[in-house]
Every structure is written in C-alpha cells, then in structure tokens.
Design a protein around this ligand. Structure first.
Ligand code: PLP
Length: 392
C-alpha cells in the first residue's frame, strides 16, 4: 500500500487516542465483560415521539424526495430564527443570517475552508472537541492552542496569545457550555471575546450545542446577544443534544451574513443539503412543545448529582457542572489521563475518556459522560470503590 500513502493533511492530524481506547473496549466486550460506558457524548434517551411522527409523515410525501435547497428550507431557517428570538432575544434574518447544517460537526469541519488560507492561524481551546483542529488542518491552517485551566475557570486567557500569532490569526473558536470540561462562560467573558475579535479582526466562531442542557436554573447565553457581536461572530447550534437527535444530522449556524455566505459557498460545492423530511422534523422540534428539553435536563441533573456525590465521597475533587452532560474529573495521583482510563477499563469495565485525547492541556483529567441511567452509574462507582480507587 506504500504507493497509496495518505495525504499530508491526514498525517498532520494528532494521533486519535479515542480509537485506541475503543479498540481496548472492544477487547473487553469480546471477553464478555459487562462494560459501563461513561465515554460517549451521545444522549441515550430517544427522540421525542412528535418529532419522529413528523419525520414519518414528511418521509411519505414525494415532495420531499428530491434534492433539498442548498441553504435549507425557508421554513426551517424561519423556525431556527424564531427559536433564537424566543430563547436569546436575538433577531435574525432567516434568509441571510441562518444557514442549515447536516449536523453542526459538518459546518464546523468545513468552516475553515471558507476563511483560512494555508499558514493562517486558528485559535483553538485546549482541551476541545477535536473537529476545530481537524477542520483547521484540512484547510492548511495552523492550530494555536489556548489552554483551559481550572485556575481560570476553563476560560482561555486571550491576553496570553502572542502578538505574532495574533497577526496571523483568522478565527477564534470558543465552545460554551464546554465539552469536555463542563464549564460555562459568564456574559462578561463573551463580551470580552467579541471585543477581542473586533480589535484583532478575527472571526469569532462559537460552538453552542449544549446551550439547552443546563441545570439549577442556569440559562446559557448566546454570543450574539452581545452588542456588536453580529459584526464578527457566528454561532453553531445543533438539534442533536437538545432533542436527542444525534443520528438525524441536523443543525444550523447563525450570525454574520457575510461569514455564513462563505460557509454556504463551500457547502454548495460539497453537499446538497439536509433531507427535507429531516428538516420538517427539525421544525417540529424547534416549534413544538419544549417540555421535552426540561425533562431531559432533569434526567441528566439527577445523574450528575449521583455521580458527583459518589466521586466526592471517594475523594475526587470534582466540580458540579452547571451545563452539559460531562464531568471533568481530576485523575488520582500516580496516574496519567490515559493510564487511569486504561486501569478502570481493564479492571472495572468502566469507560472514561482520557482528557489528553482532547488536547495536551486535558492531561490529568478524564471526562465522564452522563449518558447511562442512575443504576448503571451507581454500579460503575461501586466497581471503582471495590478496586480501591480514591481520588487524589
Ligand atoms: C456533539 C457536539 C457537536 C456536534 O453535534 P452534531 O451532532 O454534529 O450537530 C459539536 N460540538 C460539540 C462541542 C459537541 O460536543
């Protein structure tokens, strides 16, 4: 196969630690181990029935069987704009300030192709969702990591970015509520980021798929609700986590019309939009009863409280996330993120995601996803306890 060497852009990707963990998990499964996976950021609850029914009806209609329009159905974009106004008080023109995406991952991955030239810098949080980096590398861009540390509440220190890096920078990625740390951004930080992007002529790209997954009455904000944000910012949103629709592939980007037009041009040349029946189902999700979202949050909050409580009893210094379904857990002394993940997988059959897989600054942590029921969480904790594992 030497004559089919993969392109440099693939070789430039960081090693995929998660693939290695997955292989080890499969080995355990083969041995018959009852695996409890706290490793997957994918809701275990089903898509609400009214959304499934909307899809079934729309799928039966031949009008939906042909190529959809590139920018997304006007009715879907209008539903997204209405949802945004109701939720965040932000007014958007559905024709130019909303772009449909085949899941937000698709838009995030393609985004740098529209705005990043080879050698341009993209500012990326570390640890982070790996797609910001992959999309940057595919466009020939140079990722510059912005460490997220507990000492700074997992908010990047924008003033620490060197001047020469900033001069080459085109895009600033942020993601709050944050995967993998579970951190949230106060409004003042979002305002500072908008000001920073304006001053340094950056595109501020905010990835916000967890905006609706929050607890204790906390309501995450849209970066677009900051005055002047629409001049420099776009925000990526997804129906995946909010409505348990990860498999459906539907999301949208909102914000600056010229920036969205750039992404739209890339997409026009690469894809042919979202199956219209899925868009109709998306409209049902965005305009239908929102009680399903509150019900989801109640389920995750109960799981969060069980896992946080048990881990703290075991001596883990774990913070209570106000949003997302992730706990960011410091590993016990003597372990790295990877060695701890391997230990609990091999000896307890519990999958935790090593923080170092999300970037160098994720070392020293594992991510636990609240995507199994309370009974399984209790069982996982019990297995760790039996192993004699203690935090710190
Ligand atoms: C889940 C997730 C996404 C992508 O969701 P889609 O299913 O592609 O819409 C994007 N960003 C982060 C941080 C995520 O965790």
């Amino acid at each position: 196969m030497a004559e089919h060497t993969q392109a440099n852009r693939l070789q430039a990707l960081p090693p995929y630690l998660f693939a290695e963990m997955d292989r080890m998990k499969q080995e355990q499964v083969k041995k018959g181990v009852d695996i409890i996976s706290l490793g997957i950021g994918d809701p275990d609850l089903p898509t609400p029935a009214h959304i499934v029914e909307a899809l079934a009806r729309a799928a039966a209609d031949p009008a939906n069987h042909q190529y959809p329009s590139y920018e997304g159905m006007p009715a879907f974009r209008a539903a997204a704009a209405d949802w945004y106004r109701a939720r965040f008080g932000v007014t958007l023109d559905p024709a130019t300030e909303v772009l449909s995406l085949i899941g937000s991952k698709e838009g995030i991955g393609h985004f740098p192709l529209a705005f990043v030239n080879p050698g341009d810098v993209v500012l990326i949080p570390d640890p982070a969702y790996p797609v910001y980096q992959a999309g940057t590398v595919f466009a020939g861009g140079v990722p510059h990591p912005m460490p997220l540390t507990r000492a700074r509440d997992f908010l990047p220190d924008l003033d620490a970015i060197p001047g020469d890096v900033l001069k080459q920078a085109r895009v600033l990625w942020l993601n709050y509520p944050n995967n993998p740390t579970g951190a949230v951004a106060p409004r003042e930080f979002l305002a500072r980021a908008v000001e920073f992007a304006r001053r340094h002529r950056l595109i501020l790209a905010h990835d916000a798929p967890y905006s609706e997954m929050a607890y204790d009455g906390y309501r995450p904000e849209s970066v677009l609700s900051v005055t002047g944000a629409k001049e420099v910012a776009v925000e990526f949103h997804s129906l995946s986590k909010t409505y348990n629709m990860t498999g459906w592939r539907v999301g949208f980007a909102v914000g600056n019309a010229a920036i969205l037009a750039g992404l739209g041009r890339i997409k026009t040349n690469l894809d042919s939009g979202i199956f219209q029946a899925v868009q109709v189902a998306g409209i049902a999700a965005l305009t239908g009863p929102q009680q399903v979202v509150a019900d989801n949050c109640r389920v995750y909050q109960a799981r969060r409280d069980v896992l946080v409580g048990a881990l703290r009893e075991m001596g883990f210094d774990v913070q209570v996330p106000r949003a997302t379904f992730y706990l960011w857990v410091p590993v016990p002394k003597g372990f790295t993120a990877k060695s701890f993940s391997i230990e609990v997988l091999a000896k307890a059959g519990v999958v935790l995601t090593p923080g170092s897989g999300f970037g160098a600054a994720g070392e020293g942590y594992v991510r636990a996803a609240l995507t199994v029921g309370v009974d399984r969480i209790r069982e996982a904790v019990e297995r760790l306890r039996k192993l004699g594992i203690r935090g710190n």
